[in-house]
Design a protein around this ligand. Structure first.
Ligand SMILES: Cc1cc2nc3c(=O)[nH]c(=O)nc-3n(C[C@H](O)[C@H](O)[C@H](O)COP(=O)(O)OP(=O)(O)OC[C@H]3O[C@@H](n4cnc5c(N)ncnc54)[C@H](O)[C@@H]3O)c2cc1C
Length: 308
C-alpha cells in the first residue's frame, strides 16, 4: 500500500471512530521530567512520578540543563526514580561545552548506579552565542556522542528527531541522513521534537522509512501549559503553531482551569489521530505535571496496572 493510500485510510479511521470509544489501551508510554530547582518543585516532581507510575511507563527520562548546568540534579533524580519508584529511568546527556572525559565520567557514574538508558543529545550553544560549535576536546555531535557512550557501556540509547527539520540543518534530507547515522551509531529509538498536526508526524515517518530508517520513532507530545511559553519554544525549535490553536487559547491567560481542559482536548485529539495512524508509543513532555499526561493516557484507554 502506498504511503498516500495508507494516510487516507488512517484519516478515514480517525474521523469515523467515535470519540475515544473502545480503545484497547494497547499503548506504551514514557514520561519526561526536568530536574527541580527547589524542594517545593522536587515535591511536585515526585507527586507526578507517583501519579504516573501506575500507568507502567516503559521508562521515564530526566532532562539535562542547557550546557550541562543540571549535571548533579539530573543524576540525583534519575537514580532516585529508578531506585525508589522502580521505573526504568533514562538520563538525558548533552556533549556541548564539555570534554570527552567529562562526558564519559558522567556516563560512567550512571553505569555504576545501574542506569542503562541515555537520551544522547548534542545540546545547544549557550545563550548569547550564535551557532553551535563543539568543545575543542569534546564530542562533535550526537552521532559522535553515541559512539563514545557505547565505549563506556552498552547503554540503550534514545536520540532526538525533528519532524519539522532541525533549525541547524541545511535541508530535510540532511536531517534524515543525520538521524539515520544516529541509528547506525547505536541508537534504538528516536523521540521527536513536539509538533501539533498529526500529518506532520505521518509525513516524517514515511520520509524516515524512505531514508532507510527502521528504528522506532516515538512522537513527543507536549500538552500546552502556557500558550505564550509554547509560542516562545516553538520559535526557537522550528515547530509550527497552527492558526486554529491561537484561537482556542485566546482569552484564557487568566483562566488556568479552562486552559487546562483546552490543552488536554488538543493533545488528546492529536494522540487519538496518531493512534488511528498506527502509533502505539507515546512520549509525554510532562513539564513535571502529571494531570494532563494522565488524562490523555486514560482517554487512550490506558489504565493503572493493578486495575487491569
Ligand atoms: C526528545 C528531545 C529531548 C531533548 N532533551 C534535551 C536536554 O535534556 N538538554 C538539552 O540541552 N537539550 C535537549 N534537547 C534539545 C537538543 O539538544 C537540541 O535540539 C540540539 O540543537 C540538537 O541536538 P541533537 O542531539 O538532535 O543534535 P544532532 O543530531 O547532533 O544535530 C542536530 C542537527 O544539526 C544538523 N547537523 C549536525 N551535524 C551536522 C553535520 N555535520 N552536517 C550537517 N548537519 C548537521 C542535523 O540536521 C541535525 O538534525 C532535546 C531535544 C529533543 C527532541
Amino acid at each position: 500500500m502506498s504511503p498516500t493510500v495508507r494516510q487516507m485510510r488512517e484519516a478515514h479511521l480517525a474521523l469515523d471512530t467515535p470519540l475515544f470509544s473502545g480503545l484497547e489501551g494497547d499503548i506504551e508510554v514514557s514520561f519526561e521530567f526536568f530536574p527541580p530547582k527547589t524542594d517545593k518543585m522536587g515535591e511536585t516532581l515526585w507527586n507526578s512520578v507517583s501519579t504516573l507510575a501506575p500507568l507502567d511507563p516503559r521508562f521515564v527520562s530526566v532532562t539535562y540543563g542547557a550546557g550541562g548546568s543540571t549535571r548533579e540534579r539530573t543524576h540525583e533524580q534519575v537514580v532516585r526514580i529508578q531506585k525508589e519508584a522502580g521505573i526504568p529511568a533514562a538520563a538525558h546527556l548533552t556533549c556541548v561545552a564539555a570534554t570527552r572525559e567529562e562526558v564519559d565520567t558522567v556516563a560512567r557514574h550512571y553505569w555504576d548506579e545501574g542506569i542503562r538508558h541515555i537520551v544522547a543529545l548534542r545540546g545547544d550553544a549557550p545563550d548569547g552565542q550564535s551557532g553551535y560549535a563543539p568543545h575543542p576536546g569534546g564530542y562533535e555531535n550526537a552521532i559522535d556522542l553515541i559512539a563514545g557512550l557505547k565505549r563506556v557501556g552498552d547503554f540503550e540509547i534514545s536520540v532526538a528527531a525533528y519532524p519539522e527539520v532541525h533549525p541547524d540543518s541545511p535541508n530535510r534530507q540532511a536531517d534524515l541522513d543525520n538521524l539515520k547515522a544516529k541509528f547506525d551509531a547505536g541508537a534504538t529509538r528516536a523521540i521527536t521534537q513536539f509538533f501539533f498536526e498529526p500529518e506532520c508526524f505521518f509525513d516524517f515517518r514515511d520520509q524516515a522509512v524512505a531514508a532507510g530508517i527502521e528504528g522506532e520513532i516515538v512522537p513527543g507530545i507536549m500538552p500546552v501549559m502556557s500558550f505564550a511559553a509554547v509560542q516562545r519554544m516553538s520559535g526557537l525549535c522550528g515547530t509550527a503553531i497552527p492558526a486554529w490553536m491561537g484561537g482556542l487559547f485566546e482569552g484564557l491567560d487568566e483562566k488556568p482551569e479552562a486552559r487546562q481542559l483546552v490543552s488536554a482536548t488538543i493533545a488528546a485529539e492529536l494522540c487519538r489521530r496518531l493512534y488511528a495512524g498506527g502509533v502505539r508509543q507515546f512520549h509525554f513532555y510532562t513539564l513535571n505535571r502529571a494531570e494532563l499526561s494522565y488524562a490523555i493516557c486514560h482517554m487512550l484507554g490506558l489504565r493503572p496496572k493493578a486495575q487491569k
